[in-house]
Design a protein around this ligand. Sequence first.
Ligand SMILES: NC(=O)c1ccc[n+]([C@@H]2O[C@H](COP(=O)([O-])OP(=O)(O)OC[C@H]3O[C@@H](n4cnc5c(N)ncnc54)[C@H](OP(=O)(O)O)[C@@H]3O)[C@@H](O)[C@H]2O)c1
Length: 278
Amino acid sequence: MTSTIFITGATDGIGRRTAESLAATGADLIIHGRTNAKLAPVVAALEQIPGHGRVQALAAELSDLDAVRELATELEVTLGERPLDVLLNNAGVFMTEHARTAQGHELTFAVNHLAPALLCQLLLPRLRRSPSARCINVSSMVHKHGELRWDDFNFKAGFNDRAAYAQSKLAMVVFTVELARRLGDSGPIAVSLHPGVVTTKLLVDGFKMQGRDSLDDGAATSIYLALLPTAELRAHAGGYFKREKIDGVHPSARDPQICARLYEHTCELLGVEPLPAR
Ligand SMILES: NC(=O)c1ccc[n+]([C@@H]2O[C@H](COP(=O)([O-])OP(=O)(O)OC[C@H]3O[C@@H](n4cnc5c(N)ncnc54)[C@H](OP(=O)(O)O)[C@@H]3O)[C@@H](O)[C@H]2O)c1
């Protein structure tokens, strides 16, 4: 059966290469980008790939949580009767300056943590229609240097770009652990990953460095997790992957109380009902 994959941030870098490789598997792709102008050439390129399935596109600015809600609604319409097999939260940003979103969140935290968390939560009913459903969150090895700033997630005092990025990626890993725990032993599976260190706009403009990994390396772990048989993936539910293998996480992601607190706090910020604790 053809699987249906929704991938955010597919207009550039690792997300675009991931979409290209997944298109070649014949999967139906719904790609997300910031604008229709950025999406159109990517759709055209994907439709040139031999063996491609259906390719559709949805635009949204992910820093605005109202736009993320609209995106989820548009995705439901686009899917029609189809289940969603893979939610691939790939989009991410490295902000060098402090910026606030429409809802007042620090922008890195909003795009890298709140938006993917909201998509996970809102799309759960649709994911539950697929027997192989999975929510794959692209984090970073940098999460290991992160700190959850419970009193100041938004860096009201003293913005530090690397600390903001690391916190957002740590929040994503911690959220994924708890989401997976609450999803239990059946239904959708949540995992996170580090893609590699790849020369992309985010790395060059944000980190001011070049990567040692290729775009294909960067896409490999997302593709691996998107295609892994469900039983094998379930054995690692909540896990964090690097180079297609389970990898170690920040101590916060190993502390069930911190995971539950971050999950509940995130749901509160998003105004969504948390899944019951297990
Ligand atoms: N590159 C690395 O070495 C590295 C390492 C670890 C983790 N990662 C993670 O890998 C993922 C992909 O990053 P990349 O390196 O491929 O970066 P990239 O080339 O800059 O691509 C990022 C994608 O996300 C989209 N995006 C960013 N901010 C957005 C927003 N506010 N609203 C809507 N879309 C937005 C971008 O759209 P535009 O093209 O319109 O900006 C683009 O499609 C990110 O989650 C990143 O944190 C990357």
